[in-house]
Design a protein around this ligand. Structure first.
Ligand code: UDX
Length: 438
């Protein structure tokens, strides 16, 4: 099939390369000409495992790039993957979605299907359909809209797209449903679960999924706060919860809370949507409140460990919102860094991939070239993002390098017993702290 993709951000670019890998011919457009030129020579604008290889494989072959929306004229299906950033009110800003759909429609041939892949509030398709009809009255019943929410996780985006656990398609007309089955035929043939709904249901399901996952994380973080007060162990509580198959073991990792480009933004947008629909979804606000408390708790532990933050050097390992990505949007690590700096501490950060974007976001952070450089003369090590390489940290050496022997493990990632043996006082999340005899 001939497919078009508008927007080469995280979702858009991953969509392009995976559709090309499925054997479709893909044309991707973006308004950022410089970005397209880089993509054409195989340069990826962000770090995502496996992306670079697929881009190299398909660029100038199954996958081509163009600045012009008119290049999408021959596409059977055009996926809108542009950003939906939050407005100050929390509502998603859908101007880019509307403008993209309008431009695509302006050049479209009959029976072009325009698909929302960006996360949008329920009701967006109805508005888009109106835009299409206004733009192309000549194609009134020959342009349609479908919803195909994206469930990929950053850091595992290629894997999630090549082998998704399920595909969700919302469509209201027979020909739109048929088109979408054509797009996903290679996965349907492999037995991947394919869920077809009406458009409003698909749109709402995406927000419902993200909010539920965020709820699980906040639930376990609230339990962590209780465990800290009761002397219980949140890791064991999570195991007990997870062994009940009605609950399941996933997304029950207590830590520094969730960040990234989806959960925080989608929670707020879902809350605004619910209010617009006349329902006060208070639970969503509680999820966000508990998430903020995870950073408060880490801050309290650092203060408790080093006493006055003024003039203290805090080594922060991990700056991205989670491992496997250089994305620092809504990163709880950076929120913690900001709060430490506000209170007079110096934060020396190290991240295997996200140092540069972190520095751009919080210029006051001192960036170190390695974990060891960050640790030198520091009064506390904060493990903020659980990059696998931090597991190999030489704790004895870290102890020698640091001014104070303190670790705040905000992700329960390091070996607490080993830290204690190396002479550290070790503060985990939701479990008792370990201190050498004082
Ligand atoms: C998420 C959804 O998983 C994905 O389906 C959706 O399409 C986009 O949003 P992503 O933001 O890439 O994907 O990351 P994810 O792996 O879900 O993690 C989100 C955040 O939650 C991270 O900050 C992570 O550290 C945190 N998290 C996750 C926890 O704190 N505990 C957990 O148990 C799981």
């Amino acid at each position: 099939m001939q497919l078009g993709v508008v927007g080469t951000g995280h979702v858009g670019l991953v969509t392009c390369v995976t559709f090309a890998e499925f054997g479709h011919d893909v044309i991707a457009t973006d308004e950022d000409q410089a970005k397209l030129e880089k993509l054409e020579v195989g340069d990826t604008p962000f770090f995502e495992p496996g992306l670079s290889e697929l881009l190299q494989k398909h660029r100038n072959g199954k996958l081509t790039f163009s600045h012009e929306k008119r290049s999408l004229t021959d596409a059977d299906v055009v996926f809108i993957c542009v950003g939906t950033p939050p407005r100050a009110s929390g509502e998603a800003n859908l101007a880019a979605v509307e403008n993209s759909a309008r431009e695509v429609a302006g050049h479209a041939k009959a029976k072009t299907l325009i698909v929302e892949k960006s996360t949008v509030p329920a009701g967006t398709a109805t508005r888009l359909r109106r835009v299409l009809r206004h733009e192309r009255p000549d194609l009134r019943d020959d342009l349609d809209v479908a919803s195909n929410p994206e469930f990929l996780r950053e850091g595992a985006a290629i894997e999630d797209s090549l082998r998704p656990s399920r595909i969700l398609v919302g469509a209201d007309s027979g020909w739109a449903r048929e088109r979408m089955r054509g797009v996903y035929e290679p996965l349907i043939d492999k037995g991947v679960e394919y869920i077809e709904t009406d458009i409003a249901t698909a749109e709402l399901s995406k927000h419902a999924c993200n909010a539920f996952l965020a709820l699980k994380i906040s639930y376990i973080n609230a339990i962590a706060r209780l465990c800290e007060r009761a002397g219980a162990d949140v890791e064991l509580v999570a195991e007990v919860l997870g062994s009940d198959e009605r609950i399941g073991p996933h997304f029950l990792k207590a830590g520094l809370g969730f960040g990234g480009s989806c959960f925080p933004k989608d929670l707020r947008a879902f809350d605004v949507l619910a209010r617009e629909l006349g329902y006060d979804f208070t639970l969503l606000r509680d999820i966000a409140k508990v998430n903020d408390e995870a950073v408060d708790a880490a801050l309290a532990k650092v203060s408790d460990a080093v006493w006055n933050l003024d003039g203290k050097r805090i080594a922060m390992l991990g700056l991205s919102f989670k491992p496997g990505t250089d994305d620092v949007r809504f990163s709880p690590a950076l929120e913690l860094a900001r709060r430490l700096i506000e209170r007079g501490a110096t934060v020396v950060g190290y991240d295997p991939h996200a140092s540069e974007p972190a520095q751009a976001e919080v210029p006051e952070i001192e960036i170190a070239a390695s974990a060891e450089d960050a640790l030198a003369e520091s009064h506390c090590l904060v493990l903020a993002t659980e990059w696998p390489e931090f597991r190999d940290l030489d704790l004895a050496k870290a102890r020698e390098l640091m001014a104070y022997p303190v670790i705040v493990d905000a992700r329960n990632f390091l070996d607490g017993r080993a830290a204690l043996q190396a002479g550290f006082t070790y503060y985990p999340v939701g479990r008792p702290h370990l201190a050498p005899d004082e």
